[in-house]
Ligand binder design. Structure first.
Ligand code: NAP
Length: 478
């Protein structure tokens, strides 16, 4: 089964920060792959913008270097580089905008803000003031979207002064992952799951986003943010929404986002004893404090928490969320833990068995349903749990071994004008409104994160959070 490629209409995509890390590691490779797949028409132009004094030739050479790891046919590479241009411009300076305007066509214009967040507002303002913002224009805003509710609101207001909400694409690249979209397909495309998808049948839900790497070069930013702001407020919150939301009436941007917003608004405040903060420690030679050069840093690199959604569907079903750096493996997985059967006809000795639906986002994207069967062989009715395993790569054929990167899907959606997989302003604000009191509570109590070993599953208190409820985390290892 080969995925179909539907070419988009010609467009101009301006990447502010076109020489930066994100542009070189993610945005340009994603565009290159879409181009090689035949999705980007000849007339499309991609214009890198930054302050550095490149000309188009030296910029093409820089991007060609970033694409070295791609398995590129020479003709594909040439075809992509031909669509690339460069303009030197300082986002905070009034000069250079007319030259940028002169190279833009009449059709779709997408302005990708791959720059530091303090430039998002000035860029939107200058695009409007210099006449670059046409009705067919859209802006793409990278994370972080604000630092708290106040700053997110201020940024929403600033952007809204220059671009409509229907022109504003707030990226959460988790939403572009193939399996995350599959969450909706699995839930709303099958009769099998939806009738059971509620507190009557689901005991609890676990969402884990584990990283094996530390903060690396992002230390300065990360130390101001921490796992709560960097991961929980956005990526895990989005996963929670997709798992918990009601079926939208149709697969349309506002219908989907309305339902996600209702979930966030129905979240109860998290009780302090339902949260565990951690920080990877130096004992194993990779301390966070050493990495960021601050021996007193109390920024968390790990958070685990228990959340409750106060609505009819989920009343009484806890959602356990955890994320951390330098953990035992890189793995993102959602486990829907069903309740035990109400009565076992096989007696006490058959033990307790419950179905688990595991949705693996990375690595090895796929879905596993743990079902209980009879252990083969004579000698009575012994029960055993076995996985019904669907690896998408196996199920869909070798050509789908490597699903498209999230950025490929998301950038093409921007060009097509489809906002379904982008966060709306009110969603982001609601997520901050839930997050802010948690962080304020830590500050008020002078909370210090619990140390945990690199390569572990996080602080021991996170295990206790579950144990107190008579539950335990499923494994992190994929
Ligand atoms: P970066 O490597 O520091 O790149 C910043 C880019 O902005 C460079 O091209 C820089 O080029 C340009 N720039 C800086 N000041 C400018 C100005 N006044 N006018 C015009 N261009 C300017 O940053 P990054 O890691 O690519 O991150 C970009 C954005 O993406 C940030 O908002 C970040 O939070 C977000 N993000 C990044 C990642 C990631 O993996 N890197 C992941 C998620 C989100 P010049 O210095 O030549 O101007």
């Amino acid at each position: 089964m080969v995925s179909r490629v539907i070419p988009v209409d010609p467009f101009d995509l301006v990447v502010f920060g076109g020489t930066g890390d994100l542009a070189r590691r993610k945005i340009m490779p994603a565009l290159f792959r879409r181009c090689a797949a035949g999705q980007i028409p000849d007339a499309a132009r991609i214009i890198g913008v930054a302050r550095h004094d490149h000309d188009t030739n030296s910029y093409r050479a820089l991007i060609a270097e970033s694409l070295r790891a791609e398995e590129a046919e020479p003709c594909h590479l040439e075809g992509f580089l031909r669509r690339l241009e460069y303009r030197s411009l300082d986002a905070t300076d009034p000069a250079g905008w007319d030259s940028l305007a002169a190279c833009l066509g009449e059709g779709v214009r997408a302005f990708y803000f791959s720059v530091s967040p303090d430039l998002f507002g000035p860029l939107a303002e200058r695009l409007r003031n210099h006449g670059l913002a046409t009705p067919d224009s859209r802006i793409v805003v990278e994370k972080p979207f604000g630092h708290d509710l106040g700053s997110a609101r201020a940024l929403n207001r600033t952007l809204a002064a220059h671009f409509g909400e229907d022109q504003t694409y707030r990226i959460d690249h988790y939403l572009g992952k193939e399996t995350v979209q599959n969450l909706m397909a699995v839930r709303f495309g099958n009769m099998l799951f939806e009738p059971l998808w509620n507190s009557q049948y689901v005991d609890h839900i676990q969402i884990t986003v584990a990283e094996s790497m530390g903060v690396g070069a992002r230390g300065a930013y990360y130390d101001q943010a921490g796992a709560m702001r960097d991961m929980m407020q956005n990526h895990l919150m989005q996963l929670l929404c997709l798992i918990a939301m009601e079926p939208p009436a149709k697969f349309d941007p506002d219908a989907v986002r309305d339902e996600k917003l209702k979930v966030i608004r129905a979240l109860d405040p998290v009780k302090p004893h339902h949260i565990v903060r951690g920080q990877y420690a130096a004992e194993t030679g990779c301390g966070y404090r050493e990495e960021v050069g601050d021996p007193r840093s109390i920024t968390e690199t790990y958070v685990a928490l228990k959340a409750h959604i106060s609505n009819w569907r989920w009343a009484g079903t806890p959602f356990y969320l955890r994320t951390g750096k330098r953990l035992v493996a890189r793995s993102s997985i959602i486990n829907v833990m069903f309740k035990d059967a109400p009565h076992s006809i096989f007696g006490e000795e058959a033990g307790r068995h419950a179905n688990v639906l595991s949705i693996r986002l990375q690595p090895n994207e796929g879905i596993t349903l743990k079902v209980t069967i009879k252990e083969p062989g004579p000698g009575g009715m012994r029960l055993v749990d076995v996985p019904l395993d669907m690896s998408f790569a196996k199920a869909l054929g070798p050509e789908n071994q490597n699903p498209p990167d999230a950025y490929e899907r998301l950038i093409m959606d921007v060009i097509r004008g489809n906002q379904t997989l982008f966060m709306r302003g009110d969603e982001v604000e609601a997520a901050w409104a839930w997050t802010d009191p948690i962080i304020a509570g830590w500050q008020a109590r002078g909370d210090v994160p619990k140390p945990y070993d690199c390569g572990s599953t996080g602080p021991g208190d996170a295990e206790l959070l579950m144990k107190r409820d008579g539950r335990r985390w499923q494994g992190i290892n994929p």
